[in-house]
Design a protein around this ligand. Structure first.
Ligand code: 6CS
Length: 283
């Protein structure tokens, strides 16, 4: 009887394992099935062209949402619906289930990689500063801002540039949280901050639209890394992330990826020259 009992026990374990795997498998597909049924994926964006943009009529564009829209379409999810969020609120919002994915140029860094499930790289860029014409304070790096005790620098709340300035030694009270590009531009124009920092392509976009001869772009910010973003999924949605990556890899190979991002000024080669693992391990 004993033997039978043990055999039954082993069989029971095997059945449990099979059920668990298939339920895990179905749990993973469940998220994609849920998005297909929903008809759209809820994406977080910042409205920071050319990464992400919302037109007056509500139309969402920008390199990150355009790549995500195309990939979700290939996965059977008809469209994306975007919510504007501050960078610092994107990961908490994702974890709270307010978004299905962040497609906003949220750069991969170890602490973020620990909190979300990133896709492979999509958009890469260096950092820049917008300053008064002639760069009167001679900024070349975030350390230069730190050394000048009267200098202030604006950056997005919870964003990479805020972190870089603080890490370079700029005291908290001289790092000013700026809600959006237009505000940052105006604050530099009005002399309320001495510099406004965003990635190069975002600052260049602001500069082009402002067409203000009294402004100057410092790019790249010396000593700051080139970062790349990926689509950021909630931990637990790795199967959806993996399905996203399969389509992303096909588009990188076919040239369709370049066709979407390069008109915005991004380099497909830059994104294809690195990997999530490398970026998430970078110091
Ligand atoms: O990932 C970030 O934190 C940064 N990414 C972009 C596209 N703009 C500013 C932000 O700080």
């Amino acid at each position: 009887m004993k033997k039978l009992g043990i055999l039954a026990g082993v069989a029971g374990l095997a059945v449990t394992a099979v059920l668990a795997t298939s339920s895990m498998g179905s749990a993973a597909d469940k998220k994609l099935e849920q998005l297909k049924a929903q008809g759209f994926a809820r994406v977080a964006i910042a409205n920071e062209p050319p990464y992400t943009a919302v037109a007056a009529d509500g139309k969402v564009s920008g390199a990150a949402p355009d790549v995500a829209r195309e990939i979700f379409k290939r996965l059977g999810v008809a469209d994306i619906v975007a919510s504007i969020s501050e960078y610092g609120a994107m990961i908490p919002g994702l974890q709270a289930g307010r978004f299905d994915v962040v497609t906003a140029g949220l750069f991969m860094k170890p602490e973020r990689c620990a909190a979300v499930a990133y896709s492979e790289p999509v958009l890469c860029d260096a950092e820049a500063m917008l300053v008064k014409k002639g760069n009167p304070k001679g900024f070349k790096s975030y350390e230069d801002v730190a050394k000048d005790t009267s200098a202030t620098i604006g950056a997005p709340g919870g964003g990479t540039e805020e972190k870089l300035a603080l890490t370079a030694g700029v005291p908290r009270e001289r790092v000013i949280v700026v809600p959006d590009g237009q505000s940052g531009l105006k604050m530099v124009q009005d002399g309320r901050i001495d510099a406004y920092s965003l990635p190069v392509l975002s600052i260049n976009d602001l500069m082009k639209k402002a067409a203000d001869p009294n402004l100057e772009v410092i790019a790249p910010v010396q000593g700051a890394p080139v970062y790349c973003d990926g689509a950021a999924f909630k931990k637990g949605d790795e199967a959806l992330r993996d399905a996203f990556d399969v389509e992303l890899a096909k588009m990188k190979k076919s040239g369709e990826f370049a066709k979407i991002i390069e008109p915005y000024g991004f380099s497909a080669a830059a994104a294809m020259s690195t990997t999530r693992d490398k970026l998430c391990a970078a110091k």
